[in-house]
Design a protein around this ligand. Structure first.
Ligand SMILES: C[S@@+](CC[C@H](N)C(=O)[O-])C[C@H]1O[C@@H](n2cnc3c(N)ncnc32)[C@H](O)[C@@H]1O
Length: 274
């Protein structure tokens, strides 16, 4: 059973690797080294907010799950006396991250691995991290419940899982079931997500955490959205206010997708290992 499940996970994660490899230059051009669609104009403002939300403090050991090219990890390592293990499914990103960490003289404190966060306990010792964080990476999981179980294993008791990530929203589902299903399928295909009803909503994730050894502290809309906020999403139409992403969208999407943000939404979630 596990054997076949693992094959499916590996197949999905290979498509994630391909997605971020093929689109690497575009991602870096559009987003810089913080590859997140929901952000403040100055990403440092958001990262300061996220550090506070996660509860990052000097002396902590962090795990960056789905680290991209380590933009967030470098920010944390240069503002706090922390050590970070960073894992990405994208080999090319891991190579770029290592190079940039070295250039920033942070390679001793940030260790990068090309790997899959469905298998965290294969790479890292049990009970070893203060915080495991996901920034717009949890959404790429094949099996979020398995990922949460893996995070539980590697966290210290009292340690926290923290994420700022995409969840399924139900607004369109209640208005137009067919369009909802179509849009969700296209999002899954395009971004290598595996969003499933009853699994990927904020409430489903909170319920799973609560019944699997965590205490949820909060699940909420990120507070930085009240600041100098922008949503640089790739699915937007040909609308100037969304800036450089139009280029990405026009070149990579066949057909227009509406109502994306009635199907997915960003939340910030924190839960502590009991
Ligand atoms: C949108 S990018 C976000 C990168 C980074 N968190 C940031 O804020 O810049 C998503 C990242 O998740 C990683 N990812 C997706 N699925 C993964 C998996 N199963 N294991 C490890 N990394 C994964 C991708 O390789 C990519 O680095």
């Amino acid at each position: 059973m596990n054997f076949f499940k693992n094959i499916k996970i590996r197949k999905h994660v290979t498509t994630v690797d391909k997605h971020f490899t093929v689109l690497n230059n575009r991602y870096l051009n559009v987003y810089g080294d913080v590859i997140e669609a929901s952000r403040t104009k100055d990403p440092g403002e958001m990262l300061a907010y996220l550090a506070n939300g996660a509860g990052i403090k000097n002396g902590m050991k962090l795990l960056d799950a789905g680290c991209g090219v380590c933009g967030p990890a470098r920010y944390f390592a240069s503002h706090f006396d922390v050590t970070i293990e960073a894992v990405t499914a994208t080999k090319l990103q891991a190579e770029i991250a290592e190079q940039r960490n070295k250039e920033a003289n942070l390679d001793k404190r940030i260790k990068v691995k090309h790997g899959d966060f469905h298998f965290l306990s294969d790479y890292y010792p049990a009970n070893s991290f203060d915080i495991v964080y996901f920034f717009e990476s949890f959404c790429h999981s094949y099996d979020i419940q398995r990922v949460m179980d893996e995070v539980h294993k590697v966290l210290k008791p009292g340690g926290a899982i923290y994420m700022k990530d995409w969840f399924l929203a139900e607004r369109l589902k209640n208005k137009n079931t067919e369009l909802y299903a179509h849009t969700k399928r296209r999002i899954n295909e395009f971004y290598s997500f595996n969003f499933k009803d009853g699994i990927n909503e904020l409430k489903s994730v909170e319920d799973y955490l609560t019944s699997h050894g965590f205490k949820v502290e909060f699940g909420r809309t990120p507070g930085y959205e009240k600041g100098d906020y922008e949503l640089t999403a790739l699915f937007h139409g040909n609308n100037d206010i969304y800036g450089p992403n139009n280029e990405y969208q026009e070149n990579n999407l066949v057909g227009q997708i509406n109502d994306v943000f009635d199907v997915i939404e960003i939340f910030e979630l924190k839960a502590v290992k009991k």
